[in-house]
Design a protein around this ligand. Sequence first.
Ligand code: PEP
Length: 289
Amino acid sequence: QVVPTYLLRVRTCLRGGRASPACRIAERERGMNRKYRKTLIAGNWKMNKTPTQTKAFMTELKGLLPKGRWCDIALCVPAVCIPAAVRAMRETRVAIGAENCSAHTAGAYTGEIAADMLVDAGCKYVILGHSERRAMGETDADVNAKLHTALDAGLIPIVCCGETLAQRESGVTEEWITMQIKLALAGVPEEKIRRIVIAYEPIWAIGTGETATPEQAEEVCQHIRTIIRKRFGSKNARAMTILYGGSMNEKNAFELLAQPDIDGGLIGGASLVPEKFVRIIEDANQPVG
Ligand code: PEP
């Protein structure tokens, strides 16, 4: 059963009958930022669910979706599940995305899927540079090439970046993220930057059940916005949607989403269960100042 948003807020924020100061400040700042950029709650199903299971999931999700439209919602699903997902969610506000695309537009690339094929199949988003794909050999140059292809096709790329535990412990997180973002966005013209979503996903938090603290996640997301500001200007930085991903779930989403530079979530495991995914959508409904 879906818990109403106001109850979630009460549950998370009230400390002895009063909202905690940190929560009040975060909510106020969050409200200010909401005016400038979109909130996005996106699921990443990875290699889970068949087309038949997709249909059943979407039917259940439709029955649980809140009426309010405080955020964009997307589900990035395995390629073979895209037609079932698009069909099921046609009349809804849930957009469908893919988990990868080719850097090439067409040709002799057996097993690959071109960005315009995804558009034609009904996709709006595509995840690029997920750490699980990088672990399979995808390079920063590949991510950049795919980004350009996806933008040209009209997809909204969700570009992932994130450090390993060893990098965090060595104190090189900021340098690593700066490098990943700069390489991923190389050659992107200023007028296209707002069509890109960035997801900060610390590798040590993906699928591990270990989440970055709201402060750790905010620190890196704020750093990403600074990189965007330096390269693309303040207005674009202010308008950029930056997500946090890494074991975000229905228990920790509210406080992560309350951070001023976290504009949504990229959610793996918890996006596979309709009730959990909906609870996270509810938690994105935070006060606008
Ligand atoms: C992901 O795969 O992008 C992800 C964040 O997974 P999880 O939520 O399961 O950690």
